[in-house]
Ligand binder design. Structure first.
Ligand code: NAD
Ligand code: TDX
Length: 332
C-alpha cells in the first residue's frame, strides 16, 4: 500500500486516474487541485474519505506543495492549463501553472526524494503532414507550436534536467488526445456532443482535415499505472492506441451516432497555428512494459461517451454557456 499525491485530480484525466487507483489498488490518494474553471469536485464523487483527501490549492504554492510531497510515496502530476485555444487568448496562466508549477513540484520531490511521474502530451513534438507515414516516437525532436504545447514541452525539459542534474527519480509520459466521460465542454468531442444535445450544429475548425490520435481516458490511466509500477527511472514513454481519425470524420461519426444527417455541421474560423496531424508509436510501452489498450473501437467508446453526456447534464450544463460565449467572441 502506498500514498499517492495526484495533482489536477479534479480534472478530466486526473479524476479518471484517481478512480482507477481507488478501484484497482489499496493505495490512498491526496488530490491537490486549484479548482480552476476546468476542475470539478463532482468528478471525484463517491470516493470514501478514508481513501482520498482533497486539498484545494495550487501547485505553485511552494509551502503547501512541500508539506504534501513530504507525506507522499509518489507524485503523479496531471495539473495543467490544458486548452490550446485558451493559451492563444492568454498564455500567462499556462506559463505560471505548467512551468512554474512543475518547477515547484520538482524542487519538492528533489528535497524529499519522492518518486515522480510527469504527465505530458504528444503536442510537444509539433505536428506531422497528412501523407507522412511517420509517427511520433520517444526519439522525435521537440517542436511545439502553441503556448500550451510549448509550456508542456518546457515542463518536460525541466523534468529531464532534474533527473540528470539532481538524480530525481522521475518518469515522463506523452499521451495522444483523450476522450471519455468528465471531459470539459470546451474540448472538441464534448463540445460537439453537448451542442447536438442542445440542438446546435457541430463546429469544425477550418477544413476539418486535421487528424488527432484518439485514446480512451481509461487506457491512459492503465498506461500511467503501468509506468508508475514498472517504468525505468529517467525514461519517457509515449502512450497511444492507434486511433488516428480526421476531425471531419469524428464529427460525421458523432452526427450518425446521435441520429442526424452526416453533413449537418458548420465550418468555422480555423485555430491560428493549428497542428495538422498527431500520431503516436507506442511500441516502447507495449514491448518493454507489456501495456495494451482495452478500448480499441472508437465508435463503441463514443457511443458510451454520448450516453454519459446525455445522462449527466447537471455535470456539464453549468459550464456550457460561458464556454460557448468565449467561442462566439472568436468566431468559432
Ligand atoms: P483539465 O483541464 O481537464 O484538468 C486540469 C486540472 O488541473 C483541473 O482540475 C484544474 O483545476 C487543475 N489545475 C489547473 N491549474 C492548477 C494549479 N495551478 N494547481 C493545481 N491544480 C490546477 O485537463 P486534462 O485534459 O485532464 O489534462 C490533464 C493532464 O494531461 C495535463 O497535464 C495535460 O497536459 C495532459 N494531457 C491531456 C491530454 C488530453 O487529451 N486532454 C492528452 C495528453 C496529455
Ligand atoms: O469546436 C472545435 N472544433 C474543432 O474542429 C474544437 C474545440 C476543436 N476543434 C479541432 C481542433 C483540433 O484539431 O478538434 C481537434 C481537437 O481539439 P481539442 O479538443 O482542443 O484538442 P487538441 O488541441 O488536439 O489538444 C488536446 O490533445 C492534446 C488536449 O486539449 C490537450 O490538453 C492535449 O495535450
Amino acid at each position: 500500500m502506498a500514498h499517492l499525491l495526484v495533482t489536477g485530480g479534479a480534472g478530466f484525466i486526473g479524476s479518471n486516474f484517481v478512480h482507477h487507483v481507488i478501484d484497482t489498488t489499496d493505495h490512498t490518494v491526496t488530490v491537490l487541485d486549484a479548482l480552476t474553471y476546468a476542475g470539478n469536485r463532482a468528478s471525484l464523487a463517491g470516493i470514501p474519505d478514508d481513501r482520498m483527501r482533497f486539498v484545494h490549492g495550487s501547485i505553485d504554492d511552494a509551502d503547501l506543495v512541500d508539506s504534501l510531497v513530504a507525506d507522499a510515496d509518489a507524485v503523479v502530476h496531471y495539473a495543467a492549463e490544458s486548452h490550446n485555444d485558451n493559451s492563444l487568448n492568454d498564455p500567462s496562466p499556462f506559463v505560471q501553472t505548467n512551468l512554474v508549477g512543475t518547477f515547484t513540484l520538482l524542487e519538492a520531490v528533489r528535497r524529499h526524494k519522492v518518486r515522480y511521474h510527469h504527465i505530458s502530451t504528444d503536442e510537444v513534438y509539433g505536428d506531422l503532414e497528412l501523407d507522412d507515414p511517420a509517427k511520433f516516437t520517444e526519439a522525435t525532436a521537440y517542436q511545439p507550436s502553441s503556448p500550451y504545447s510549448s509550456t508542456k514541452a518546457g515542463s518536460d525539459l525541466l523534468v529531464r534536467a532534474w533527473v540528470r542534474s539532481f538524480g530525481v527519480e522521475a518518469t515522463i509520459s506523452n499521451c495522444s488526445n483523450n476522450y471519455g466521460p468528465y471531459q470539459h465542454v470546451e474540448k472538441f468531442i464534448p463540445r460537439q456532443i453537448t451542442n447536438l444535445l442542445r440542438g446546435v450544429r457541430p463546429r469544425l475548425y477550418g477544413t476539418g482535415l486535421n487528424v488527432r490520435d484518439w485514446i480512451h481516458a481509461e487506457d491512459h490511466s492503465t498506461a500511467v499505472m503501468t509506468i508508475l509500477n514498472a517504468g525505468r527511472i529517467g525514461e519517457t514513454y509515449l502512450i497511444g492506441a492507434d486511433g488516428e481519425k480526421s476531425n471531419i470524420d469524428v464529427v460525421r461519426l458523432l452526427l450518425r451516432l446521435m441520429g442526424h444527417p452526416e453533413d449537418d455541421f458548420d465550418h468555422v474560423a480555423d485555430r491560428p497555428g493549428h497542428d495538422m496531424r498527431y500520431a503516436i508509436d507506442a511500441t516502447k510501452l507495449r514491448t518493454e512494459l507489456g501495456w495494451e489498450p482495452r478500448f480499441r473501437d472508437l465508435e463503441a467508446g463514443l457511443t458510451d461517451t454520448i450516453d454519459w453526456y446525455r445522462t449527466h447534464e447537471a455535470w456539464w450544463a453549468p459550464a456550457k454557456d460561458a464556454t460557448e460565449a468565449k467561442y462566439a467572441a472568436q468566431g468559432q
